[in-house]
Design a protein around this ligand. Sequence first.
Ligand SMILES: *[C@@H]1O[C@H](CO)[C@@H](O)[C@H](O)[C@H]1NC(C)=O
Ligand SMILES: *[C@@H]1O[C@H](CO)[C@@H](O)[C@H](O)[C@H]1NC(C)=O
Ligand SMILES: *[C@@H]1O[C@H](CO)[C@@H](O)[C@H](O)[C@H]1NC(C)=O
Ligand SMILES: *[C@@H]1O[C@H](CO)[C@@H](O)[C@H](O)[C@H]1NC(C)=O
Ligand SMILES: *[C@@H]1O[C@H](CO)[C@@H](O)[C@H](O)[C@H]1NC(C)=O
Ligand SMILES: *[C@@H]1O[C@H](CO)[C@@H](O)[C@H](O)[C@H]1NC(C)=O
Ligand SMILES: *[C@@H]1O[C@H](CO)[C@@H](O)[C@H](O)[C@H]1NC(C)=O
Ligand SMILES: *[C@@H]1O[C@H](CO)[C@@H](O)[C@H](O)[C@H]1NC(C)=O
Ligand SMILES: *[C@@H]1O[C@H](CO)[C@@H](O)[C@H](O)[C@H]1NC(C)=O
Ligand SMILES: *[C@@H]1O[C@H](CO)[C@@H](O)[C@H](O)[C@H]1NC(C)=O
Ligand SMILES: *[C@@H]1O[C@H](CO)[C@@H](O)[C@H](O)[C@H]1NC(C)=O
Ligand SMILES: CC(=O)N[C@H]1CO[C@H](CO)[C@@H](O)[C@@H]1O
Length: 845
Amino acid sequence: MKVLAISLMAVSSVWASYYQDTYPAVHPCPGYNMGSVSDLPNGFTAALTLAGKPCNIYGNDINDLVLTVTVETNNKVNVLIEDKDKKQYQIPQEIVTVNKNSKLNSFDSLKITYANHPTAGFGFKIMRGDEAIFDTMGKPIVFEDQYLELTSVLPKNANIYGMGESPDDLRRDPDDTIKTLWARDAANPFKENTYGAHSVYMENRAGKFHGAYLHNSHGMDIVLRNQTIQYRVLGGVLDMHFFGGPSAYDVINSYTDFVGRPLPIPAAVLGFQNCRYGYKSIDEVDQVIANYSAAGIPLEYMWIDIDYMDRTRDFTFDPVNFPIEKVQNTLKNLHAKKQKMVMMVDPAIQRNSTYGPYVRGVEMDAFVKNADGSIYVGQVWPGYTAFPDWFAPNAEAYWHNEMDLFYKQIDLDGLWIDMNEAASFCTGSCGTGISDDVVPKFPWTIDPPPKHRPISTNNTFLVPKYAIHNPQDEISDKGLETIAVHANGVIDYHVHNLYGHMMARNTRKFLDNLRPNVRPFLLGRSTFAGSGSYVSHWNGDNNSDWKNLHVSISSMLDFGIFGIPFVGSDICGFFSNTTEQLCTRWIEVGAFYPFSRVHNAKDSSPQELYRWENVAESARRALKVRYALLSYYYTLHSFSSVNGAPVARPLIFEFPADTNVLDNYHQFMIGEAILISPVIYENATTVDAYIPEEVWYDWYDHSSIVGEGKNVTLNAPLHHVNVHIKGGNVVPTQEPKMSVEDTLAGNYTLIVALDCEDKAKGTLYLDDGVTYNTTHSIINFTSDGKTLAASGSYNYGDCNYVSKVIVLGLNDFCDNVYSDPDNSNKLVIDNLSLPLDGPWTINLF
Ligand SMILES: *[C@@H]1O[C@H](CO)[C@@H](O)[C@H](O)[C@H]1NC(C)=O
Ligand SMILES: *[C@@H]1O[C@H](CO)[C@@H](O)[C@H](O)[C@H]1NC(C)=O
Ligand SMILES: *[C@@H]1O[C@H](CO)[C@@H](O)[C@H](O)[C@H]1NC(C)=O
Ligand SMILES: *[C@@H]1O[C@H](CO)[C@@H](O)[C@H](O)[C@H]1NC(C)=O
Ligand SMILES: *[C@@H]1O[C@H](CO)[C@@H](O)[C@H](O)[C@H]1NC(C)=O
Ligand SMILES: *[C@@H]1O[C@H](CO)[C@@H](O)[C@H](O)[C@H]1NC(C)=O
Ligand SMILES: *[C@@H]1O[C@H](CO)[C@@H](O)[C@H](O)[C@H]1NC(C)=O
Ligand SMILES: *[C@@H]1O[C@H](CO)[C@@H](O)[C@H](O)[C@H]1NC(C)=O
Ligand SMILES: *[C@@H]1O[C@H](CO)[C@@H](O)[C@H](O)[C@H]1NC(C)=O
Ligand SMILES: *[C@@H]1O[C@H](CO)[C@@H](O)[C@H](O)[C@H]1NC(C)=O
Ligand SMILES: *[C@@H]1O[C@H](CO)[C@@H](O)[C@H](O)[C@H]1NC(C)=O
Ligand SMILES: CC(=O)N[C@H]1CO[C@H](CO)[C@@H](O)[C@@H]1O
């Protein structure tokens, strides 16, 4: 607590008075005046000139700017404000490959209006119909070398989602939110910045969504307060992109079309996974694998954290506890049972003149530098470390060679890249000038981190005048120093938020080259806009407590907005000791995360799911539901990689006009058909579940509830998680088996859950689940309550059949309230052999 108090004080002393709490009545900055407008093929351009005396509040006002407005499609508008001299840093296209030729055109159209305001200078409004969804009029733009400010008016009590990464409520508090975007190795503190930087938000206004994205890699605060959203950015340019919606999925479709679609996942990653930091030996790992199997809990992937390494150095194996021959043998045994293995790799490379990866990195000039050209030396798990510089011309060749040598030792099924903010335990190049032979004492418990220089400095790149709300003494704490130099001469200050993204991109390229046409599995910690094209994500080092179980849901839903739908939190919690009840309830939620993995910290008591009988029982039951739905999850992910649509969804995305679900994140949906209403409070045995207006069917007993847009108390005894199917959907299910492959090889039971109009539809996507360019089938199922039809495109020669159809809600009961205890509305058609390689229609009765 003491440490935290000190660091907060330090922040507020740097944090200039101007923004402390109130916004001054008269803005100190003059804004810009727009000159005459010239038309461009899809928009216009104009000069912007400082409208008065420079205010120089947090830097030096730049006098001459250029405004370029591009109406890219009828629902996407780009407003770019850059310095005329183009000295400000802009994200190169080869780092974040944005799609400048977006062709999505079919949604609500947007227009832009603009004017010179008498006191605030140039302002603009993004209009949807006659409503301004973004409105900077009367709010001067500030454009300084180290400070940009852009402010838009919001409606009272605005419904804003996204921006992060940080655990938070799903809907951002419109009166008191500061989202700080500065990649930081911090264990998920509530509302504070952590690993990733995503400057995209969505707003629900009267049931319609729109979105905005600021394409900028600098540290920033995005502030919601006083009916405004305000960007306060440490540099670069204002490159705003607006997306018109009107559905949440339209916005995410436009956004991911621009920054990059989520990667296609291999089907196997949908299986359950286990990890912990602190396995003492490969023998212990073998026991864990065997114990899962003995407990009848499916384990698809076994993970090994840095424990396997020799003195925690990348690409090495501990010769005593994790000898390579034994690890290879474990991998072989896993493969024999259709199971798989993932290991961790960090970016930091031990500085050691006898360690190949370091020696080669020096030879190839592949490391981040100090200003004087010497190698920057921070401190991570193996002691003093150098950091690959992804901007270096040789970085790719260097990293791919090291990865290649590693894969020659162990042919893994997946890779986990961690600590890539890039994290460092000391502030600054603390190993510079210290002899190569010194093995530092790990400063794992020291916060704030040890410094090698005084805090006070006049370098505004170390201490920018506007202090973003990064709760450390300095923005360089816990990571590469902001004045560390990259190969192109750019200091880390400008590109800090891109390090993890660039590592992911580079590593993914290696994996794609290694096994061409096989979809790799890559999990990454620090992410940026567009990282979903390269990595999946877990929500980092959470704590084993009930609040963290709750925010695991909002964190998962946030990453759906960010275009990284394959996401989940550490089940049962990472830090501290979990409890039997917490772990029991957590697997009931975690079984439905797209990425379902238990992970535990080094000194915490064991929490593999077989450790308690109650946990094991809930795991078997909940994972059975998940495995029955694997083809449904897989279908959703296949759509994600085409249109960005999240797999796990907040209710407000599905029911955008229902104001009762604006804040709801104690429940969530998988696709449009499955509603999960878990227990997230200690000792609870019921759930206050909000049931939107529609008919819903209980997963287990098929009883129905006609939702009235109210809370309903559902029973939730210890081993039970409430799962409902929304009327109107056809859901493909399969018999759960112990592996993904065996499950997906089974025949299908279609659950035809009719809505109040006696209709239902659904889709099944089929391919080989392994390669990129595989042929696939997309099969639509439709029912009108009397017939069930399959039609679609059939290119994948699947030899499975639909062997059973369960029709729910047959008789017209929607006017009757609630339950159908004797299932009189249910019809089971058994012993079918309906092929999946061509269309058919059957009569239901
Ligand atoms: C902004 O909100 C704060 C706190 O609610 C209030 O004290 C302040 O007067 C408001 N400022 C303006 C300009 O409305
Ligand atoms: C695995 O199960 C055996 C038998 O119950 C037990 O002795 C052993 O401690 C367990 N090991 C691990 C790592 O779970
Ligand atoms: C450098 O590596 C060698 C062997 O690889 C090891 O013996 C030595 O302790 C390492 N030095 C440091 C500072 O870790
Ligand atoms: C910072 O600059 C001011 C004015 O140039 C000077 O008085 C002060 O000593 C400098 N502080 C440090 C720590 O260099
Ligand atoms: C898949 O096909 C596309 C288009 O034909 C091609 O660009 C891409 O390289 C292929 N990918 C792999 C991994 O074969
Ligand atoms: C967690 O449990 C372990 C025993 O498994 C114990 O040594 C440790 O003190 C516990 N930690 C806490 C924070 O209770
Ligand atoms: C849950 O029950 C236990 C045992 O009765 C009690 O100690 C604990 O305080 C309860 N927790 C809550 C949140 O009510
Ligand atoms: C439903 O219950 C939840 C959790 O108890 C509560 O937060 C919410 O306000 C309730 N919603 C309605 C519409 O009553
Ligand atoms: C499946 O149905 C959707 C509408 O629900 C339609 O857009 C799509 O074209 C259909 N696909 C096929 C292959 O028939
Ligand atoms: C389905 O077929 C099995 C044998 O193939 C038979 O035992 C069972 O009774 C049949 N079920 C129905 C509902 O006809
Ligand atoms: C699937 O159904 C077909 C056709 O009825 C049958 O031949 C096959 O054995 C079934 N497969 C499985 C795995 O049950
Ligand atoms: C949201 C939340 O409570 N996050 C916690 C996750 O765990 C770390 C380490 O215990 C805490 O510092 C966070 O506050």
